[in-house]
Design a protein. Sequence first.
Length: 340
Amino acid sequence: MQAWRVHENGEPGEVMRLDEVAAPTPGEGQLLVKVRAANINFPDALLCRGQYQVRPPLPFTPGVEICGETGDGRRVIANPALPHGGFAEYALVDEAAALPAPDALDDAEAAALHIGYQTGWFALHRRAALQAGETLLVHAAAGGVGSAAVQLGKAAGARVIGVVGGAAKVRTAEELGCDVVIDRRGEDVVAAVKEATGGRGADVIYDPVGGEAYAQSAKAVAFEGRIVVIGFASGVVPTPGLNHALIKNYSIMGLHWGLYNTKDPASVARCHEQLTELATKGAIKPLVSERVSLAGAAEAVQRVADGVTTGRVAVVPDPAAAADAASVPDAASASEGVQA
């Protein structure tokens, strides 16, 4: 089979190599699945760089989120068992962690339902306890992780403010359903949030960016607000001033979704049931901006790493399915901006 492999750490576009390899052999409790679509996540870039919390032995195949077909024809979504990741024609998944792909979503959409939406659901509901009528602020609202949080916030009855970078991403955030969209390139984010909330600030802030975005969050959070730290796409890990959190009376909380897989796997299955129900009702639908062939995976991972995409980019190994990308309504180029 064909599989992209990383033989040395570095930038994805430089170190990913398309190899001809034997299909992996499943171990006990594992399934060999045909990859129908593999969603590209920022952690894939971190894996290539050797900067992710998990460092598989070299060489390895990146691709941490797939929709695949089992030997008996079932469509499942799962996190592949590294080092045999999803940017390949076949991947290994843990049978116990494979979840049924919702019938309401196509392969690329189903692949994109897993990490981003699970992260958003646990962050907003388990950690921040978002309530209907509250104001949710989402940084990088047009990106893969942010777009999921926007949809989940709207589904929960929240008023959603999206922060994006650039005119094209403003349009994307508006189409996703944001009630207010702030272009961080031309607007003062903190002032705009205060204006949109009558000076109160946001009740819940969803931050996958870190750096300056976190500094803005601390200034824009409401009394008894909750800042949920998702990641650091900016590359800068902030150092919160706990005296500020004390004086202003807000909470700072982290969300590492992967821990639920090991510490409370039943909650992941329950979350998937909730997400499937929302997808069936049309309340959420992953924004897949591009579908690329397997041959285009390395270049696409690099663009995600560089922050010049909106929504999700999916790798579709089947050439016939990938050729249909041009007919997908939201498959237009999304190459403006540095971060969503």
